[in-house]
Design a binder for this molecule. Structure first.
Ligand SMILES: C[S@@+](CC[C@H](N)C(=O)[O-])C[C@H]1O[C@@H](n2cnc3c(N)ncnc32)[C@H](O)[C@@H]1O
Length: 248
């Protein structure tokens, strides 16, 4: 996997975007992710693609005994260590495509907006399965298949059209799974498109019981902060899964 988060321009632009209080992470993804968490009292949590670790602080403040974060980016892990210095936090630079080299046992594994960077979702799920306790839970968000689907092929990235004053989002290439190259933060970023059916079947085939699936939505509070977020309810940009390990 190409690690764009250690590219200087990309990282600076990404950090600027994340430091704004009104963004889709703070107003849409994060509140939904928080609402999906189980009781964390005394639980040990692994955060895959933990970024700067701000979510990990929330996990500890809500009862978790320990949080281990892994991220492919040295920049991100340096920030996570700066943000979370207490002994209940532990951070590692690691490509989650190599999660089979990682050890430990976790009650809960979380991941926010990172799985669409991983090429082999089945391998990732196998590795996650092995790191979960007997009744362990996986909770993750990723870009919605409705968003990852379009192949832009170097063309101008326009994902919507206006007809008679109404905005319509475009959907194409849905059944063609695999690599997608998009320009984001002035950088070519590689992501992977998988259909909803594939995501569900991978979870089932890797011995997970799906407990909940959610499409992102803009809450009234989000829309109050930014009127444009109304459009988020026409086409979800994130998808969320809660899956429980089926013990063999
Ligand atoms: C959109 S950011 C989200 C960060 C954090 N989870 C959050 O919500 O603030 C995606 C993160 O996934 C990490 N990432 C991408 N591919 C990865 C991989 N193969 N292994 C580990 N981390 C990865 C990136 O470095 C980045 O920190």
């Amino acid at each position: 996997m190409k690690n764009v988060y250690d590219n200087k321009t990309f990282f600076e632009l990404y950090k600027n975007h994340r430091s704004e209080s009104v963004n889709r992470n703070n107003l849409i993804e994060n509140p939904i992710m928080k609402s999906l968490l189980p009781n964390l009292t005394d639980k040990c949590v692994l955060d895959l693609g933990c970024g700067d670790g701000k979510f990990d602080r929330f996990l500890i403040e809500n009862g978790a005994r320990c949080v281990v974060g892994v991220d492919i980016s040295k920049n991100m892990i340096a920030d996570a260590k700066k943000n979370n210095k207490e002994r209940c936090f532990d951070y590692y630079v690691l490509d989650m495509e190599k999660l089979d080299t990682f050890e430990g046992e976790y009650d809960v594994i979380v991941s926010s907006l990172a799985f669409h960077y991983v090429k082999d979702f089945d391998k990732l799920l196998k590795d996650i399965y092995n790191l979960l306790t007997e009744d362990g839970i996986l909770i993750f968000s990723q870009e919605s298949p409705f968003k990852t689907a379009i192949i832009f092929d170097g063309k101008e990235q326009k994902n919507k059209i206006e007809i008679d004053g109404k905005i319509y989002y475009l959907l194409s290439d849905y059944q063609t799974e695999g690599e997608r190259k998009v320009i984001w933060n002035k950088t070519e970023v590689t992501k992977y498109h998988r259909t909803y059916a594939s995501l569900v079947n991978s979870l089932i085939n890797n011995n997970f019981k799906i407990v909940k699936v959610l499409d992102s939505y803009a809450s009234e509070e989000a829309i109050k902060e930014n009127e444009n977020y109304k459009k988020e309810n026409d086409r979800p940009i994130f998808t969320f899964f809660i899956a429980k390990k089926n013990s063999l």
